[in-house]
Design a protein around this ligand. Sequence first.
Ligand code: C5P
Length: 303
Amino acid sequence: MSVTVRVPAKVNVQLAVGAARPDGFHDLANVFLAVGLYDEVTVEPAEELSVTCAGTDADQVPLDRTNLAARAALALAERRGIEPAVRIHIAKDIPVAGGMAGGSADGAGALLACNELWQAGASRAELLAICADLGSDVPFSLVGGAALGTGRGERLTALEVGGTFHWVFAMAGRGLSTPAVFREFDRLAEGRAVPEPVASRDLLDALAAGDPDALAAAVSNDLEPAALSLFPDLARTLDAGRTAGALAALVSGSGPTTAFLVRDPESATKVAEALRTSGTCRSVRTATAPAPGARVLPSPRGT
Ligand code: C5P
């Protein structure tokens, strides 16, 4: 018996960041959009908890109990008084340390998979609460679609999306640490007042209308200057995508993956090809949004 859950990556179409809070986190107005790049998390009974990973950048994924998938299994097991005796396998397709919530996806995926495997019966609300304990982006990985995250990003309000958006993503040659990018944001903000983060009405309207031009005009990421300060070469990738005809180019979350909103599949192919040959990134992917949240896949015959 095994259970496999498929979980999407995300891009932040708006990431408004407030001043650092006393607990070190930042209040956000974080508009998440799930995109069709997926990790698959499979769990099966075993003697003891273990994590394995295969796929893109698998060698960069920690396999100990710092892995969010392991922490998710442990959190659910502890709440239910169950032995966390499970083998977790991650088939990785979301870039690691890329600002696309790959680690969070694995946490949400493992949680949903273990809930099913153990028939633990945790409600949606309980799963979301465990996700919020695991990390700020984990609840969104569970729900997918589009949502506004407030607080540190974990308090979600579902958003309407009126169409399909086409994206191109450029993966960078190395990762960026999310805490380091927030620290750089604080350093760059020193000596100036940081406004309260507020979701943009124009952006929410553009999402609801499914209008790529209006969305392109409204996207923003307050972490982008910090990511560029730590990784100046990303500016070249952004320029290459803009020159190739992207409607908007931005750093995804804390980066260093760069995200390009394009009008249609033809434009996606053109921008992807230009980025591939630009020499400014390691690899390029296209994907559409919104994508559904974490989902249990039908089990293959015989398991
Ligand atoms: O919640 P998560 O573990 O994903 O956060 C990783 C790090 O990102 C935090 O330790 C913190 O440095 C930073 N962060 C933040 N404000 C947020 C979310 C994350 O400062 N709202």
